[in-house]
Design a protein. Structure first.
Length: 454
C-alpha cells in the first residue's frame, strides 16, 4: 500500500541531523551519511573574485534518509541533484538542506551534485583570526581550520568525516592554482589554465586548500629523501628567502618518518604566500600554507602535522591538543636531534618560564588544561600547543625513549588516515608503554593551573 511520503523503492527515510554535536562547533558536519569522495570542478576569476563551482559528493547513507544537510556558508546555490534527479533544497545559515526526489535507503551510496557560484566569504574565527576565503594581492587562498571550508564548497564539514578529493580548477592564463595531493594534469586552453589535483588518501575538509596566484612553482619527482614528489609554490619576491628552507622539505619528511613512522601521503610540498596574507600557518594536507617564508622550526611544525592532524585526525575539536601538542613537540625533537636544546631543556625552560632559554616560555600556557579548552575561541591557544607538548614529554620521561617512540610510531600506524580522540590516546599510550600514566593525565593533561612539581 502506498503511504504518503513513501516513494519509489518504498523506503521511508528520516531527516539527517543538522550537526555532529561537536562540543565546540555543534553545527559543523551533518548526520546520517558518510562522505567518501568530493569532486570539485571550479573556475575562479581573480578580477571579479567570483568562484563558479560544481561539487559532486559521493556519500553512503548511514540511515534511511528523507533529507540531509550539507554545510555551505554564503555562495548562491543554483541547483542540486541527487543520483541524477533534481532535488529540492533550502538554506538556513550554514545549513544547505537537500530533499532528494526519492528517499535514500540505509547503506546506499548516492551522488549529490551542487552547482553554485558567488564571491566566497571570509569567515571570522571565534578567536578573531580569518579563515574561509581570503583574497590576496594577486589571487585567493582557501583556509579551513576549523570551519572555513564551508565558505568555498558544500560538504560534511567536520573532521570526523574524511574523504578522498579530486579538485579541478581553472584560472586565467598566467595564474597558478595549487591544491592538495598529486598534480594529475595542467592544461592550457586559450586564455585559461586548468589544474587537476588528486588526493587519494582521506582528508578532513579543514585541510583542503586552494591557492591561486602568480606563484613560482617547483615540482620534483619522488627521487628524493622524502620518497614522494615535492610541489612548492612561492609568491613572487619570496623565492630567494623561502628557497633554502623549502629545499629542506625532503630532509624534514625523512626525519619525521624516522621519528613518527612512514610518511602518510603520496606527495608533499608547501605554499608560501606574502607576509601577512594570513595571521598563521596551516597544515593543509600534503601542502602546508605559510604567510611569509617559514623558518625551519615552523616548517617542521607544519610537516609534523601531516602525521598528527592530517593522517591521525581529531575526532572532535576538543582533541586539538593531539594536533598541536605533537606538532610542537616535533619542533622540540627536531632541535634536540640537530644540536639545539634538548626536549628536557625545553621542557624545563617552559616549566621555569625562562624566556632567556626560550622566548616562547612566557607562562601563557597554564590558563587551562590542554584537553579542555574553555570554549571554541581557545582551541588554538598556548596551553593546547605548549602544555600539550609538555604532556608528551611527561609520557616520554615515564616510559623512556625506546618505549615512548615505539608508542608514537604505533599510534600513527594504528590510526593512519583515520580519527582519534584524547581518550583513545590515553588508553593507547598506557597499553603501548605498559605504564600507568594516570598521574600524567590528571596533572598535566586535565589538571587546572600550573602543576606543583615538574
Ligand atoms: N593549526 C595551525 C598551526 O598551528 C594554526 C591555526 C590557527 N588558527 C586559528 N584560528 N587561530 O599550524
Ligand atoms: Zn600547529
Amino acid at each position: 500500500m502506498a503511504v504518503a511520503g513513501c516513494t519509489g523503492g518504498g523506503v521511508q527515510g528520516m531527516p539527517g541531523a543538522a550537526g555532529l554535536r561537536d562540543p565546540y562547533f555543534p553545527k559543523a558536519g551533518n548526520g546520517g551519511y558518510d562522505a567518501v569522495h568530493y569532486g570539485l570542478t571550479l573556475d575562479y576569476a581573480p578580477g571579479s573574485g567570483k568562484l563558479t563551482g560544481t561539487a559532486e559528493i559521493t556519500a553512503t547513507a548511514q540511515q534511511a534518509l528523507s533529507s540531509f544537510h550539507l554545510d555551505l556558508d554564503g555562495m548562491d546555490v543554483d541547483s542540486v541533484d541527487v543520483d541524477g534527479k533534481g532535488a529540492r533544497f533550502s538554506r538556513s545559515g550554514q545549513e544547505l538542506v537537500v530533499r532528494p526526489a526519492d528517499d535514500l535507503a540505509k547503506g546506499r551510496t548516492f551522488r549529490t551534485v551542487v552547482h553554485y557560484s558567488g564571491v566566497p566569504k571570509t569567515v571570522e574565527d571565534p578567536d578573531g583570526s580569518e579563515e574561509g576565503w581570503i583574497e590576496t594581492d594577486d589571487g585567493a587562498l582557501a583556509v579551513g581550520e576549523p570551519v572555513g571550508s564551508m565558505a568555498w564548497f558544500p560538504g560534511n564539514h567536520h573532521p570526523a568525516d574524511k574523504a578522498a578529493y579530486d579538485v579541478a580548477i581553472t584560472v586565467p592564463r598566467g595564474y597558478e592554482a595549487v591544491s592538495n595531493g598529486v598534480l594529475k594534469s595542467r592544461t592550457e586552453n586559450g586564455g585559461h589554465t586548468s589544474f587537476r589535483w588528486h588526493s587519494a588518501e582521506p582528508m578532513a575538509s579543514y585541510l583542503a586548500t586552494l591557492a591561486i596566484g602568480r606563484y613560482t612553482v617547483r615540482t620534483t619527482t619522488a627521487d628524493n629523501k622524502a620518497g614522494v614528489p615535492v610541489y612548492t609554490a612561492v609568491t613572487p619576491g619570496l623565492a630567494k628567502k623561502a628557497g633554502p628552507v623549502l629545499d629542506r622539505i625532503p630532509e624534514v619528511v625523512a626525519w619525521g618518518a624516522g621519528r613518527f613512522g612512514p610518511y602518510p601521503f603520496a606527495a608533499t610540498g608547501a605554499i608560501v604566500e606574502r607576509d601577512g596574507a594570513l595571521g598563521y600557518a596551516l597544515e593543509t594536507q600534503t601542502r602546508p600554507l605559510f604567510a611569509g617564508a617559514p623558518d625551519v622550526d615552523l616548517l617542521v611544525h607544519e610537516l609534523a602535522h601531516q602525521w598528527f592532524g592530517d593522517s591521525v585526525t581529531p575526532r572532535t575539536w576538543k582533541d586539538m591538543w593531539l594536533n598541536e601538542g605533537f606538532a610542537t613537540y616535533a619542533e622540540w625533537l627536531w632541535e634536540e636531534d640537530h644540536g639545539g636544546l634538548t626536549a628536557q631543556e625545553r621542557f624545563d625552560a617552559f616549566y621555569d618560564e625562562d624566556t632567556e632559554a626560550d622566548p616562547e616560555a612566557d607562562g601563557d600556557y597554564w590558563a587551562f588544561p590542554p584537553a579542555d579548552p574553555p570554549g571554541p575561541e581557545h582551541i588554538s591557544d598556548d596551553p593546547v600547543y605548549y602544555r600539550g607538548a609538555m604532556v608528551l614529554h611527561k609520557i616520554r620521561q615515564a616510559a623512556g625513549d625506546k618505549a615512548f617512540f615505539a608508542m608514537v610510531r604505533g599510534w600513527t600506524a594504528d590510526h593512519r588516515h583515520a580519527n582519534a580522540s584524547t581518550e583513545e590516546f590515553t588508553a593507547y599510550a598506557e597499553r603501548a608503554t605498559g605504564r600507568d600514566l594516570s598521574e600524567v593525565w590528571d596533572v598535566w593533561l586535565r589538571g587546572d593551573g600550573k602543576p606543583d612539581e615538574r
